[in-house]
Design a protein around this ligand. Structure first.
Ligand code: IPE
Ligand code: IPE
Ligand code: MG
Length: 251
């Protein structure tokens, strides 16, 4: 359960996660190439990051490229990588000015070397950001992340550095890419699809889910506010009874 005393935002939400979907369909509706949808999608990212900073949300996770997206046509993958480089270069100053700290999760070893270098630099440059941690999921798959964590744990056990009897949910999760980050409170998916598509499988165990038909390039601060308003109406119980939850919140 989130520690509500630590939450500074206007909504009791520490970590927002978004599956940004629908760029291709947005472009298709306009008779444009898919790349145009991805370009417009970046504009939506910039607006939503800005709004999260304003709203005092501490962590924002964006699913930008999945482990399965490697299977897309070569030119689309190359275009997305190029767009990522442009994003990092164009947003550097803004991130620094706004107190945004960048963090990347996923199997980064599969990314082209120049992208890996740019991500390392961007994370170093923004490491002092205090307001919002922006978590970009790149070459990311929830199963892949859990598998990599399991392998690391097995290796440490084999080396005699870890007693598996001591392993619990909390210590297991520190082996995930997300490490000690709080779990998402709300997961938004755009474009009308109602699935998780291998995003943050472990971490969203108790996230509230919000689905909207709006395509990602059209998702703006008004749409975000609708999602936050909807989230405010939710009753999170984490398996407990209403009375227990009320008592914990001091109601
Ligand atoms: C989401 O939009 C962006 C990425 C997955 C990189 P899509 O590219 O999946 O757009 P649709 O789902 O085909 O409309
Ligand atoms: C999920 O979208 C991945 C990202 C948003 C980066 P996809 O478009 O790849 O997911 P599916 O194929 O519709 O499940
Ligand atoms: Mg899609």
């Amino acid at each position: 359960m989130p520690d509500f005393t630590k939450i500074t935002s206007k909504v009791p939400l520490e970590h927002l996660a978004i599956i940004m979907d629908g760029n291709g369909r947005w472009a298709k509706q306009r008779g444009l190439p898919r790349s145009a949808g991805h370009h417009q999608g970046v504009e939506a990212v910039i607006q939503i990051v800005d709004e999260c900073v304003l709203q005092g949300i501490r962590f924002l996770s964006l699913f930008a490229f999945s482990s399965e997206n490697w299977g897309r046509p070569r030119h689309e993958v190359d275009g997305l990588m190029e767009l990522l480089l442009q994003f990092l270069a164009s947003q550097r100053q803004r991130m620094l000015a706004d107190g945004v700290k960048l963090r990347v999760i996923g199997d980064l070893s599969r990314l082209p070397a120049p992208i890996q270098a740019a991500l390392t630099d961007a994370q170093k440059d923004t490491s002092q950001g205090q307001k919002l941690t922006l978590i970009l999921a790149l070459s990311y798959g929830g199963r892949d992340e859990i598998m990599r964590a399991a392998k690391q744990i097995a290796q440490q056990a084999l080396d005699g550095d870890l007693d598996i009897n001591q392993l619990d949910n909390k210590s297991f999760s520190t082996f995930l890419d997300t490490g000690n980050l709080p779990e998402p409170d709300l997961l938004i998916r755009t474009s009308g699809e109602m699935r998780i598509s291998n995003f943050l499988l472990w971490q969203t165990a108790y996230a509230e889910l919000y689905f909207t038909d709006v395509l990602w390039p059209d998702f703006d601060r008004v749409e975000l506010q609708k999602a936050l308003d909807d989230y405010l109406q939710r009753k999170r119980r984490f398996g407990l009874t209403d009375d227990q939850v009320g008592a914990q919140k001091g109601e």
